[in-house]
Write a protein that binds this ligand. Structure first.
Ligand code: MN
Length: 414
């Protein structure tokens, strides 16, 4: 069935009627509130609710502006959030009740470019995984040699670490340059990192969770997912190399993590479900899954070098290259009884694929600084330089259905 949107996207960055994302921010001079988007316009959900177009959802939508994020909407659960999305999808098409009130439509829509988008939710906890085998193998080979590239646990569980929620920042903010300890010629030295990097990751926010002491298996954790977004896990590789033994990354990662503003509900991505890789070892039952476990979402990274206006694409990859599914990552998070809560962020780890151009961080793309990438005008990069801007985008496309993930951008400062 062909859907007929009230607003058509002006370009590839616009949201199709198949997306209907959720976000939070200030539009049209109103206080920050729950938003959706269609075309290149945001749609103010609170105003729509006030005018009686979203029966049954008013209270949760209005609570978002008081809360400072979409948390009250997420707490409705994945299923109710999907019903709200589907109601919006109907309203935003020709022939709907909203179509008949064009004055109201004009009042509740505003250009995305004039909207101040914030973190979509208040994030309580953040876990970062390491779910691409291509990434783990390449990075492992760099640090430990090809023979020991994958640690013995890697194929048996989704490796992860607890990240830092306090330094998660919205898209389009400046990131402070990290200083720290790193290896030097005569022992460790202190100073600005010389290897500031990005990591392109696929993330999810949770709508619901589990009780402390009650693990959830991979067959059930999908019900917890409120939606997906893009994550840039900024990294300082020289600091990381010195500090990561034996407990994993710490200050090399916790200085900033950028997230895209729009939460894409799993229903929107349902047509893009695809098979995951066949597990290479027998999995414990809590990690076993049947059916389509992965998504076919195309991801890209663009670099806008300091002092220039042109974005250069430096990476193309796909979420189907992940080895572990998001459901398996969530199941592993809970296996010992740890509780997931509504509004948590889980990120996949660097979404690298099999080819060199699928490397989703500079560490891989430049082989740890050994082979610089060529940019316009004779410019080169091994790692980031002050003033560089990193833009990550994602979309899924099949026939006439296109779903936008939106973008996460961030400029590394001084
Ligand atoms: Mn990461």
């Amino acid at each position: 069935m062909t859907l007929k949107p009230l607003i058509t996207p002006e370009d590839d960055r616009g949201f199709s009627i198949h997306t209907i994302p959720f976000g939070f921010g200030e539009a049209g001079g109103k206080q920050a509130a729950a938003l959706s988007a269609l075309g290149n316009q945001v749609v103010q959900l609170e105003s729509l609710a006030t005018h009686g177009f979203l029966p049954g959802f008013e209270e949760h939508i209005k609570m978002c502006s008081r809360y400072g994020g979409l948390n009250p909407m997420l707490q409705m659960g994945r299923h109710r959030l999907g019903e709200l999305r589907s109601l919006l999808q109907d309203l935003l098409q020709t022939g709907s009740e909203l179509d008949k009130d064009r004055t109201l439509l004009a009042n509740i829509t505003h250009p995305i470019d004039d909207t101040y988008l914030m973190l979509p939710v208040y994030i309580g906890d953040y876990t970062d995984f390491y779910a691409s085998k291509y990434h783990a193998e390449r990075v492992g080979a760099m640090f430990r040699g090809k023979e020991q590239a994958l640690q013995p646990n890697w194929l048996h569980l989704p490796v992860g670490y607890h990240g830092r929620a306090s330094s998660i920042v919205p898209s389009d903010r400046i990131i402070n340059w990290p200083n720290g300890q790193m290896p030097g010629e005569n022992g460790p030295k202190f100073g600005p990192s010389k290897k500031v990097d990005f990591e392109l990751e696929f993330g999810c926010l949770t709508a619901s969770g589990n009780l402390l002491g009650e693990p959830v298996s991979a067959e059930e954790t999908g019900n917890m997912i409120a939606g997906f977004l893009l994550v840039n896990d900024w990294s300082a590789r020289d600091i990381q190399a010195w500090e990561y033994v034996p407990l994993g990354p710490f200050t090399s990662k916790n200085f900033a993590t950028s997230v895209s503003p729009w939460v894409i509900h799993p229903d929107a991505l349902e047509p893009f479900k695809t098979e995951g890789p066949t597990p290479e070892v027998h999995l414990q039952s809590y990690l076993q899954q049947t059916g389509l476990t992965h998504y076919d979402i195309q991801l890209e990274v663009y670099l806008k070098p300091a002092g220039t206006d042109r974005e250069v694409r430096i990476c193309q990859t796909n979420t189907r290259h992940l080895y572990w599914s998001m459901e398996q990552m969530l199941a592993h998070q809970t296996v010992t009884g740890c509780n997931i809560r509504s509004g948590d962020l889980y990120a996949s780890g660097t979404v690298s694929g099999p080819k060199p151009e699928n490397g989703a961080c500079l560490l891989e793309l430049t082989e740890n600084g050994q082979s610089p990438i060529a940019l316009d005008g004779g410019k080169k990069r091994t790692f980031l330089e002050s003033g560089d801007e990193v833009i990550m985008r994602g979309f899924a496309e099949k026939g006439e259905v296109r779903v936008e993930m939106g973008e996460v951008r961030g400029q590394i400062g001084e």
